[in-house]
Design a protein around this ligand. Sequence first.
Ligand code: SF4
Ligand code: ZN
Length: 361
Amino acid sequence: RQPQRRCRFCEKKPQLRRPKTGHAVCRDCFFWAFEAETHDTIVSSRMFSPGERVAIGASGGKDSTVLAYLLKTLNERHNYGLDLRLLAIDEGIAGYRDDSLDALRRTEVSLGLPLTIFTYRDLYGWTMDEVVRAAGRRSNCTFCGVFRRQALDRGAGHLKADKLATGHNADDVAETVVMNLLRGDAARLSRCADGVTHTGGGLPARCKPLKYAYEKEIVLYAYFKRLDYFATECLYAPAAYRGHARALVKDLERARPAALLHIIQAAEQIRFRTDARMPELDTCRLCGYVSSQPVCKACVLLDGLNSGNPRLAVGKSSACSAKQQQQRMLTDAGRNRAQCCGSAGARRGCSGSACAAAADS
Ligand code: SF4
Ligand code: ZN
């Protein structure tokens, strides 16, 4: 291709070619387009309402750093009227999360947004390094993903946030669509491409303002804006099943850049049969978190860790044995009630809420 002499939108010399559209643009027009598209995503899906408190799930990585910067910029530019907070989860991965949280603390100062950090150690009594030592590398992301989801909800609840904004980009959303298709998970497929998802159970709605933003453009935006972020991948990432979906989506993007958007748009259009069975939401009888089972997945995983059977907790068990495991957990929690420490915090043994819930069983 002949190098273009002018930016697609102005008279200036182009400085980059947008990975999403192929347009040659100058730096300022790239900023303008990228910010305008994010604003459009926010407005078109009615993501926020004036006066809301929004917890930004932040890690110090590129996506959440760009998200925090953009939300602050757009909040001021378009008068969204939002009260923005940074919320981080420390999984306890030495050499990775500690460094990324250092970057996040610098972002806290540069953006002037208050930061709150919750740790797996405090919430679950385990760090991810300990989980990997106990359970091995094959299922680390199952533990981590379930724990993080719950930790973010608990953190957002603690901050009294109305919404929880996450840095999921177009690549992440397309990967999730592909993953849910490959797993045949209709319930997740039906909502994974939504910009706003309501979990129910009094939890704040989750929002993805960057759902149409390409990862490559997020990197370019952070680079040209000189944002301070931590670029290293998680030490345990190669073991993630998601890696296969990621490789497939990246291949498709190389062949046709619009493929990412098309996957997301196709998922948005899918209509499910109204008689299809969707899980009914209730609350976990051990910890009170929203769950479609009497005991939530995080409690089942913790039970596996605490009882020295972590592989059992992630394995595919029959509906019958899963029920038996949950019943045993409820009975154990009831038995522990007499010696209950009653303290909040680490849940290695029983907790006050676990005992109280088990008493009802
Ligand atoms: Fe957790 Fe897996 Fe992500 Fe690492 S790659 S932070 S283990 S979910
Ligand atoms: Zn639970």
